[in-house]
Design a protein around this ligand. Structure first.
Ligand SMILES: Cc1cc2nc3c(=O)[nH]c(=O)nc-3n(C[C@H](O)[C@H](O)[C@H](O)COP(=O)(O)O)c2cc1C
Length: 315
């Protein structure tokens, strides 16, 4: 399964265990590396810079031949810690950074100085061309089957369009739950895949057993979009609680959103409330649960160690 991604990261299989807010952790990524793939953690999973630094050190210690690790940075203004997180990553070192939301220019410049590769989340050709010009090492093409803040274009159309128009490798994110899905993405021209939702129901994930079990019991047809978490549409499991609160913004939010001056603030406040709601759902087993996941949980039939999930993806 050698591809440009396996060469770029020195990994055995062309798979990245995708960064997931409050789900990914050092244990998961360590198992990912042992399984011959790359693993990535959102820097925002760490409350303090010291905790982030300690996690990087631990991953350096746990790193094995054939695996690699990276961090996800939210590079727009909603992440107040962005510059400091970037500084810590560059000081401690890691194999790659995945940027999301915003211009990756500064991250690319700083990371390249210390030999860290930068992959950028994109949902369309326009942004892919932009990050290519800025010097990104690859793009993560987030399609309309991804979990979280998904894109709008089907995997096939997005990969083919990017492959035809970009020179850097295309890594496909979204909708991969088994080996056949990986083969399909590679046949469209992708150099690898970034897989998130199937790893939620791993023994190592930092979320409640209820959340993991929901990924087992619900399937692709139970995934819906909601604006209620962060203001931006996000995929969640359609639990009775989600049905009760609805998926649209409230009347007040939409009125405020129409006001240009207030819009920015409403978005920031909503984002922060949303992060807390997700955090509660991820850490507390209450009936008020909003569980982020994508349709690729379809193949999840039991809670398994990360290594077994990787085996399912490669065999
Ligand atoms: C629970 C969850 C949390 C996520 N958190 C982040 C995040 O913090 N940063 C990010 O760039 N992407 C995030 N994503 C998107 C993933 O990195 C990845 O693009 C997506 O999971 C791919 O689709 P899949 O779930 O079908 O594999 C998240 C996805 C899920 C399911």
């Amino acid at each position: 399964m050698a591809t440009k991604l396996t060469q770029l990261l020195n990994i055995k299989y062309p798979i990245i265990q995708a960064p997931m807010f409050l789900v990914s952790n050092v244990a998961m990524v360590t198992e990912a590396m042992k399984g011959g793939i790359a693993g990535c953690i959102p820097a925002l999973n760490y409350r303090t810079l010291d905790e982030l630094r300690a996690a990087i050190k631990e991953l350096h210690h746990n790193k094995v031949e054939g695996g690699s690790f990276g961090f996800n940075l939210i590079v727009n203004k909603s992440n107040l810690k962005y510059k400091e997180q970037l500084r810590v990553l560059c000081e401690e070192g890691c194999d790659f950074i995945i940027t999301s939301l915003g211009s990756p220019e500064e991250t690319i410049n700083q990371a390249h100085k210390v030999g860290i590769k930068v992959f950028c989340d994109v949902v369309d050709l326009k942004f892919a061309k932009k990050v290519e010009v800025l010097g990104a090492d690859a793009v993560i093409a987030v399609n309309n089957e991804a979990g979280g803040h998904r894109g709008n274009v089907t995997p096939e159309n997005l990969i083919k369009e990017l492959v035809a128009n970009c020179d850097i490798p295309i890594i496909s994110a979204g909708g991969v739950g088994c080996k056949a899905d990986i083969d399909k993405m590679l046949s469209y021209g992708a150099e690898g895949v970034s897989v998130g939702s199937p790893f939620i129901a791993s023994i190592e994930a930092s979320v409640t057993d209820e959340y993991k079990q929901a990924c087992v019991e619900y399937g692709a047809q139970d995934i819906i979009m909601t604006e209620r978490i962060s203001g931006t549409p996000c995929t969640v499991i359609n639990t009775p609680y989600v049905q009760k609160i609805g998926t649209k913004q409230t009347w007040l939010e939409s009125v405020l959103n129409k006001n240009k001056k207030l819009k920015k603030w409403v978005k920031m406040i909503r984002f922060s409330i949303g992060m807390n709601a997700t955090k509660n759902a991820a850490t507390k087993a209450t009936y008020k649960t909003v569980w982020v996941a994508g349709p690729s949980i379809e193949h999840t039939t039991e809670i398994l160690p990360t290594k077994d999930i990787i085996n399912r993806l490669i065999n």
